[in-house]
Design a protein around this ligand. Structure first.
Ligand code: NAP
Length: 527
């Protein structure tokens, strides 16, 4: 049952300044109200998290694994309630919640498995060399330690997989950090239920209650207060560019600046080369339209820009794309804010000089229902007008028409940082244009050949990130096991005797953690 509460260090905590979620299909206000966190409540959550970090209780891999597995177990049990409330708060179909829950739990279990191998701790040791000339070398041992309490902000479009128990929380726990989540105000009920599942898991794993807190807030004040708090060591953010950059600026201006790992929006350009259109234009158009419409265009990997060369097949391709995009209503968007932002973004780009609104699809009557949109612009305009590169979050795409492949390369060269870029081409055609791959590789986190950008596999080789402004730091990913590397840092221990070293820095301890000693790996599983 929902009570409209925060979960602060194991306790359910209420408040008097309440906000409500709305049903995006009917517009109806949903009960109960949820409290806006006060400064005192933020302080309590952070103080409890700092105490957990200082106690080192999350340092052993075993404790982290226990917690991650317990969360997955509890979430699966809570699925019926989460699903029932989630459908009301988001308008997403029940099947989407089931799929997202599968992904969320599998992600938690993959992190538990990864943590148990000790792979990401990678202690590196160099024995002392007292005979070295001209100076002796001291004994040096380096290990990774958790950064400290992490503040997590989830996005509205993935209420589970990028929500309270999503990738940022799972990877921060896997790195050994306590977590404080600022719940998304569009789905506070889902946040409370997931928060309850994590709170119980913390207790079942025998860990101190300050390991996890969930606080709600509808105003920016709560997120700003959390990010500015001296006890917070890092921020994991998934959401809009405006939100991510705003928190990143606040974190950089603190007395002690901290990293903000913000994974933000992206326009995900798709290059469709002439031979590919000639060979399978209809099929590519159908696939692209499905990718644009998936989840009513509310994916950070939605293909928002399509680049092609004008030739004898390009008009037919454009016609196929319009037909596929405008077959029916695009669906209900997640909330009023996203719906209004989509309408505004589409209109702003359509009004830019040289942009044509090719068409809009049919709509239905719900207050958050969206229609698909197709815009077109000449490549020259696109190159000269940076506004055309902005993500329009919703089911629309901009077709950029080039005179030739040389101009298509120029378009690739002006692109800002992106999560993904996709190329549709025949193998020979792309082999003849290696510059395209080189230019794109410098601008994206993931390159896709003859596929579509939506659908991000969770796994060891995935990279879900990309150069600024797709993220605040292109070296990191928010999806896949390496996401945990964001929340740890190296420390070197110099000259300590065996008896004073932590277990994972002792070559003799038999801790089972793989380590590198004087240039050789020990105990590393063969791949
Ligand atoms: P959002 O509006 O930025 O919200 C994300 C969270 O940040 C919310 O809790 C929000 O709280 C908070 N927030 C936003 N601006 C803030 C500010 N100035 N100060 C303090 N807190 C702030 O994002 P969304 O609309 O939920 O999600 C859609 C966006 O996320 C799209 O642009 C999409 O491309 C992106 N996204 C990216 C990824 C990725 O992996 N890169 C994945 C999914 C989604 P309030 O609502 O209270 O403002």
């Amino acid at each position: 049952m929902l009570n409209g509460v925060h979960w602060i260090a194991g306790e359910s905590v209420s408040g008097d300044r309440l906000f409500h979620a709305n049903n995006p299909v009917t517009g109806e206000r949903l009960e109960p109200g949820f409290p806006e966190a006060t400064t005192g409540q933020i302080d309590s959550a952070v103080a409890a998290a700092v105490a957990v970090h200082e106690s080192r209780v999350l340092f052993p891999a075993e404790a982290r694994g226990r917690l991650l597995k317990a969360i997955a177990r509890n979430l699966e049990e809570a699925l019926p309630q989460i699903l029932e409330r989630g459908v009301l708060e988001t308008g997403l179909p029940a099947g989407r919640f089931e799929a997202e829950m599968g992904r969320t739990c599998s992600q938690l279990l993959q992190f538990a498995e990864t943590v148990s191998t000790g792979l990401f701790r990678e202690p590196v040791m160099q024995s002392a060399d007292l005979q070295r000339e001209p100076l002796p070398r001291p004994d040096l041992r380096r290990r990774m330690i958790p950064l400290g309490p992490v503040a997590v902000f989830g996005a509205s479009n993935f209420p589970l997989a990028f929500g309270v128990a999503g990738g940022d929380t799972a990877s921060a726990f896997a790195a050994g950090c306590p977590v404080i989540v600022k719940g998304h105000p569009a789905h506070p009920g889902v946040c409370e239920l997931v928060g309850e599942a994590i709170t119980s898991a913390v207790e079942e794993a025998g860990l101190p209650s300050g390991t996890f807190s969930l606080i709600h807030g509808e105003s920016f004040d709560v997120g700003v207060g959390l990010t500015s708090h001296a006890g917070i060591s890092a921020v994991g953010f998934t959401g809009s560019q405006a939100g991510g950059l705003s928190l990143w600026r606040i974190a950089a201006q603190r007395e002690v600046p901290i990293p903000v790992f913000a994974e933000m929006g992206s326009a995900n350009p798709v290059f469709v080369l002439p031979e590919a259109i000639n060979e399978s234009g209809e099929e590519i158009a159908a696939g692209l339209a499905a990718s644009v419409l998936l989840g009513v265009g509310q994916f950070c990997t939605c293909p928002g820009i399509l680049i092609l060369v004008r030739d004898e097949n390009s008009e037919a391709f454009k016609a196929s794309l319009s037909r596929e995009l405008f077959q029916g209503p695009a669906g209900t968007m997640l909330h009023q804010g996203i719906h209004a932002g989509y309408q505004k973004g589409l209109q702003e780009v359509a009004e830019r000089n040289g942009v044509e609104l090719v068409g809009k699809g049919p709509t239905s009557s719900g207050s958050c229902d969206a229609e698909a949109g197709l815009l077109a612009a000449d490549a020259r305009r696109f190159i000269d007008d940076p506004v055309l590169q902005a993500e329009i979050f919703g089911p629309s795409t901009l077709l950029v028409e080039c005179d030739d492949l040389e101009q298509l390369l120029q378009v690739a060269s002006v692109l800002e940082g992106q999560l993904t870029a996709t190329i549709h081409a025949t193998e020979n055609e792309l082999a003849d244009h290696p510059q395209l791959l080189a230019r794109l590789e410098d601008r994206v986190g993931r390159l896709i050949f003859n596929g579509f950008p939506t659908g991000v596999e969770v796994g060891e080789s995935m990279h879900h990130g990309g150069p600024w402004p797709a993220t605040t730091d292109s070296r990191w990913t928010s999806v896949g096991m390496s996401a945990l590397e964001r929340f740890q840092r190296p420390v070197c221990w110099q000259g300590f005797p065996e008896s004073l070293l932590p277990e994972d820095l002792s070559a003799d301890s038999g801790s089972g953690i793989p380590f590198r000693l004087d240039g050789k790996w020990h105990g590393r599983p063969s791949i």
